[in-house]
Design a protein around this ligand. Structure first.
Ligand code: PXP
Length: 237
């Protein structure tokens, strides 16, 4: 059974709507850990649209599991990570206009720069994972730059129509996992995984960890809405 990393970015998205203190991602992380997750994932974006520097600092201090910091390869972010020392850094491509991380990191194209970042993070004792599309070219490049872990982007799988199109994407994920394992890489997966599509990905042999955010936070809103309304109604009475 793969481990589960919960991405709590969108707790911070709701907080930033009012720029206040609630809901607090650190409190969310505590609940996720109590519920049995294996790591907490957050993405410190360059535009700070959800997670803030101080969230990462507080998570670093409070977590009982592992902190997996998603980040771009921008120097300021890399230096921040080296000061905070998360257990793991996951390098992702970042475009300002995107709503979420669209596509994997092009390790093959940015090999030199990414090798330097992996090395810099390793000097600070941080393990690096590379978020890549499930392609041989990217897996080979990930191995060459010295990353010990890859995370396969499951977006195309999640977006594919259930049936032959999705099965084709699943087969691609399976092939990529087994090839990466043959090179000695640890394999994680994530993006767009939800309560309907997660099982076949979880069943891939040697899958180490799934990182899931949006579907869990969305479900949590509806799991809690009934109780929240009842409590307010009671107070108003
Ligand atoms: N893994 C990585 C590297 C990501 O960038 C994201 C999105 O922030 C996720 C996993 C989680 O994706 P989702 O929120 O769609 O579950």
């Amino acid at each position: 059974m793969p481990k589960l990393g919960v991405n709590i970015d969108h707790i911070a998205t709701v907080r930033q709507a009012r720029k206040g203190k609630e809901p607090d991602p650190v409190e969310a992380a505590r609940i996720c850990e109590e519920a049995g997750c294996d790591s907490i994932v957050c993405h410190l974006r360059e535009d700070r649209r959800h997670i803030q520097d101080d969230d990462v600092r507080r998570l670093r201090k409070s977590l009982g599991t592992r902190l997996n910091l998603e980040m771009s390869i921008a120097s300021a972010i890399v230096e921040f990570a080296c000061r905070i020392r998360p257990d793991q850094a996951t390098l992702v491509p970042e475009r300002r206009q995107e709503l979420t991380t669209e596509g994997g990191l092009d390790v093959a194209r940015g090999e030199k720069r990414i090798r330097a970042v992996v090395g810099r993070l390793a000097e600070s004792g941080i393990e690096t994972s590379l978020f890549i599309d499930p392609e041989k070219l990217q897996i080979d490049a990930s191995k060459r730059v010295g990353a010990g872990i890859i995370e396969l982007h499951t977006g195309e799988y999640a977006n594919a129509k259930p049936g032959p199109a999705r099965n084709k994407q699943l087969a691609k994920l399976k092939r990529a996992t087994s090839y990466a394992r043959s090179l000695g890489l640890e394999v994680n997966a994530g993006h767009g995984l939800d309560y309907v599509n997660v099982r076949p990905v979880a069943a891939i042999e040697d899958m180490n960890e799934l990182n899931i955010g949006y579907s869990i936070i969305s479900k949590a809103l509806f799991s809690g809405l009934d109780a929240a309304v009842r409590e307010m109604k009671e107070l108003a009475r």
